[in-house]
Design a binder for this molecule. Structure first.
Ligand code: SF4
Length: 128
């Protein structure tokens, strides 16, 4: 089977900056990122849609979006991979501790760190 490649946006991981914390794994709905040998990696280009939901949670700035020649994003492969993906690191709201299974979380930068806030606490952050 040949893979179609094209120039497109895709996540880039700076290995020198990555500390292997794993915070970027859960935001990727496609399961494209895994921590292997202590470093985050895009396991297969066709699983990364380049949306960049992982970027906001990286505490070290290791994640960026680049434009390069890469395998075309494959929805079917991503769905199949996500369904079989076992590495799930649940996150919780930094304010109230609510788990993402209880309430939706969104990434946020605060006080120089990247973290998660739940949609119940988000209005208080916005309005003070
Ligand atoms: S969030 Fe950043 S530092 Fe943590 S594993 Fe992912 S790329 Fe590495």
């Amino acid at each position: 089977m040949s893979t179609t490649t094209l120039k497109r946006q895709i996540v880039r991981i700076d290995e020198a900056l990555c500390n292997g914390c794993g915070a970027c794994v859960s935001p990727c709905a496609e399961g494209a990122i895994q921590v292997i040998d202590g470093k985050a990696r895009v396991v297969r280009d066709e699983l990364c849609d380049g949306a960049g939901f992982c970027l906001g949670v990286c505490p070290t700035g290791a994640l960026t979006i680049e434009v390069r020649e890469a395998a075309e994003f494959d929805h079917e492969a991503a769905d199949a991979h996500a369904a079989s993906h076992k590495e799930y690191i649940p996150q919780s709201c930094f304010r109230c501790g609510a788990n993402e299974d209880a309430v939706p979380l969104v990434p946020v930068r605060t006080a120089g760190t990247s973290t998660w806030v739940c949609t119940r606490c988000l209005p208080a952050l916005i309005h003070g």
